[in-house]
Design a protein around this ligand. Structure first.
Ligand SMILES: Nc1nc2c(ncn2[C@@H]2O[C@H](COP(=O)(O)OP(=O)(O)O)[C@@H](O)[C@H]2O)c(=O)[nH]1
Ligand SMILES: [Mg+2]
Length: 206
């Protein structure tokens, strides 16, 4: 099963950010972790999201509409790219922070973590921030095909311990499609848990 997705908006500044009235699931992760590949894999399309072996390319927020499931998958800019200036590298802040804070449509954050890389402070900071917003976190360990069974289990255990308040981490590979179905199910569940914001015009007088 695939998730039907179509690109709707690309925003380069927070001023451009629109908040359409549907739940949003954000995809976050360090640059090159495999976000674009994951979007393409979920959608069953090769070129919906641009993939690149050169990290640090995406500086925009991309809204993908899932028209059949009625939510937005929101691809956030990758953070932590070593060749960016220090301030840019250290904080996943800026556009990401402004997107996440005070967003009534945010149903959850899917945090992509490279299963081969030891936990980075930027990832843990982001996870803590999401937790502080009382927003649900779904950790996804990417590029599982590049690990052997022992390494995969180690990565799972390590992240599960570090992110104990989050959803159990899922192993995923865009190359082999390992974990694709489980991820799809978890994403749909996550967006269903979201209670939509109440609009004043919809409030009934008692
Ligand atoms: N082996 C392997 N390579 C992957 C996987 N996902 C992404 N990649 C590679 O990692 C690089 C970065 O991927 P991309 O999706 O552009 O990452 P993004 O910067 O997070 O959007 C590309 O060269 C991809 O081909 C995966 O599951 N397995
Ligand atoms: Mg990308």
């Amino acid at each position: 099963m695939h998730l039907k997705l179509k690109i709707e908006t690309t925003a380069y500044t927070t001023k451009q950010l629109c908040y359409p009235d549907l739940p949003q699931l954000a995809l976050a992760g360090r640059s090159n972790v495999g976000k674009s590949s994951l979007i393409n894999c979920l959608a069953g399309q090769k070129k919906l999201a641009k993939t690149s072996s050169t990290p640090g390319k995406t500086r925009s927020i991309n809204f993908y509409l899932a028209p059949e499931e009625n939510f937005y998958l929101v691809d956030l800019p990758g953070y932590g790219y070593a060749r960016c200036s220090k301030t840019e590298r250290e904080k996943w802040g800026g556009l990401i922070l402004e997107y996440l804070q005070d967003n009534p449509h945010l149903a959850g954050v899917v945090l992509l973590l490279d299963s081969r890389v030891t936990p980075q402070s930027s990832d843990l900071d982001l996870a803590r921030y999401v937790d502080s917003l009382q927003t649900r976190l779904l950790p996804v360990l990417t590029k599982a095909d590049k690990c052997n069974q022992k390494q995969r289990q180690l990565a799972l255990k390590r992240w599960q311990k570090l992110l104990e308040r989050a959803h159990k981490p899922l192993l995923f590979s865009a190359r082999t499609r390992q974990g694709q179905q489980a991820l799809l199910e978890a994403i749909i569940k996550l967006k269903q848990t979201h209670s939509p914001p109440v609009h004043p015009e919809n409030l009934q007088e008692a």
